[in-house]
Design a protein around this ligand. Structure first.
Ligand code: GLN
Length: 451
């Protein structure tokens, strides 16, 4: 823990942390030592972790990287972090993210962008670590934490993992409790581990997961020993390659990476099977209806009365308006406007209901595919990390980052990103593995074969 606290001090230019909590870390490490001496050793005993600042941590500033949560010290602990502490883990601090987890580059943080520790040789620009779990990705990639929590609504664990050369796992929707995680889009949000190896991610997920009566969407299913999946190879597994993920304009190096992944799995004894997921192209547009709709509803609670920032106005309504105008950044305001629009009378049927119907078609595509294959292999992202500022002026090109990650989010399926190679500029690239719901064992098994 002391070594990590020192390392954090040398890595401040990455802006990975919103709050460092060294005193708390030392206190937790001491308590862990005491347990160890008594022979009580948890699965994560003494392991120093970073926590995405979207998880409520009791008495510790929790910002969601938003100005509107200024000074918010939650009176309770999220279930996922509670589970980690119960397993013996130590908290180093709270990690940077896009405001309310809305973004793909961590450039939407009120606390400034987190920086990718990777950059092409000879290029002095700062590269984005991806988002929204950009601080988590930067911290894990730069070895200033052992591992970190992330959350993934449309790709926020997998895409930053790919951009920074680490492993990120979004479990099945319902696998981890959402209690105490600041809500973005409740039917999509899911917590997961971000780590340097598949094994670390498996060990960490086991501690994070489990049924929680405080989250009505958490599923009462046994949590398997994910690490044991790594004892099995992929011989005899059928791996699907979906034709629809070969999108127009995808750089050649991404296609090559994908072919290399296929080859690795074939060499390890898996069978490669071409498949079709015909509704893939509708996933991104429907995600950007469903996610903002739910966000606009979830964010209605930030009214300047209950939490954080209050900008007093002439009357109540004026106070609401000023607080929200000052407290929310541009992207968050854009989402609230899109969300309230697609939910409003007259447009609900045309947009929101349609999107929900398409969501069912996307899920059916996957169900059919998993009748034929055990897992699916795709690139995680259509491009490697990009320089800061390159896409901030163009929300659509920013949204395109999520084209390969949102389909599984819409279907609630587990997905992992594993680093498999480098771009021609020497930037990390990841491949994505998808598996059937609650079959993370297969997900880890295939991920292990790509490592
Ligand atoms: N980049 C996507 C978005 O901005 C996904 C974010 C997430 O998964 N939290 O909505």
């Amino acid at each position: 823990t002391e070594a990590y606290i020192k390392a954090i001090g040398t890595a401040r230019p990455l802006n990975a942390f919103i709050s460092e909590t060294p005193e708390k870390a030392v206190e937790m490490a001491k308590a862990s030592d005491a347990r160890r001496r008594k022979g009580e050793t948890g699965a994560l005993e003494g392991v120093p972790l970073g926590i995405k600042d979207l998880f409520c941590t009791e008495g510790v500033l929790t910002t969601a990287a938003s100005h509107i949560l200024d000074g918010f010290h939650p009176p309770y602990e999220s279930t996922v972090t509670r589970n980690l502490w119960d397993a013996g883990a130590v908290m180093l601090g709270k990690l940077n993210l896009d405001e309310f987890a809305m973004g793909s580059s961590n450039e939407n943080s009120y606390y400034g962008p987190a920086v990718n520790p990777w950059a092409p040789e000879g290029d002095n620009r700062r590269y984005v670590p991806g988002g929204s779990s950009g601080g988590s990705a930067a911290a894990v990639s730069s070895h200033i934490v052992v591992a970190a929590t992330g959350t993934d609504t449309g790709g926020s664990i997998r895409q930053p993992a790919a951009f920074t050369g680490i492993v990120g796992v979004k479990p099945t929707y319902g696998r981890c409790s959402r209690f105490g995680i600041v809500a973005f889009a409740s039917s999509l949000d899911q917590a997961g581990p971000m780590a340097r190896t598949v094994r670390d991610a498996a060990i960490m997920l086991k501690s994070m997961a489990g049924f929680d009566p405080k989250d009505s969407t958490s599923v009462d299913a046994a949590v398997p020993d994910f690490e044991a999946a790594l004892d099995q190879d992929v011989r005899g597994l059928k791996i699907g390659i979906p034709a629809e993920y070969r999108v127009d304009g995808m750089p050649e190096e991404i296609g090559q990476l994908w072919a290399r992944g296929e080859e690795m799995l074939r060499d390890a004894g898996a069978e490669i099977v071409p498949i079709s997921l015909p509704h893939t192209k509708y996933a991104l547009p429907t995600y950007y209806i469903v996610a903002p709709a739910e966000a606009s509803s979830n964010l209605a609670r930030y009214d300047g009365m209950r939490y954080g920032l209050r900008v007093p106005g002439e009357d109540l309504l004026d106070t609401y308006e000023r607080t929200r105008a000052e407290g929310f950044g541009n992207e968050v305001q854009r989402r609230v406007m899109i969300g309230t629009y697609v939910l409003s009378a007259g447009y609900y049927d045309a947009y929101y209901r349609k999107a929900q119907q398409v969501r069912t078609l996307i899920l059916r595509d996957f169900e059919q595919a998993f009748g034929k294959v055990d897992a699916i292999l795709t690139p995680t992202t259509p491009t490697p990390s990009f320089a800061e500022g390159e896409k901030t002026g163009d929300p659509i090109s920013m949204y395109l980052n999520d084209v390969f990650t949102v389909p599984a989010s819409m279907a609630g399926l587990p997905g992992a990103s594993v680093p498999v190679g480098l771009s021609k500029d020497g930037m990390p690239l990841g491949l994505q593995i998808l598996s059937p719901a609650f079959d993370e064992m297969t997900l880890f098994r295939v991920a292990g074969a790509l490592e």
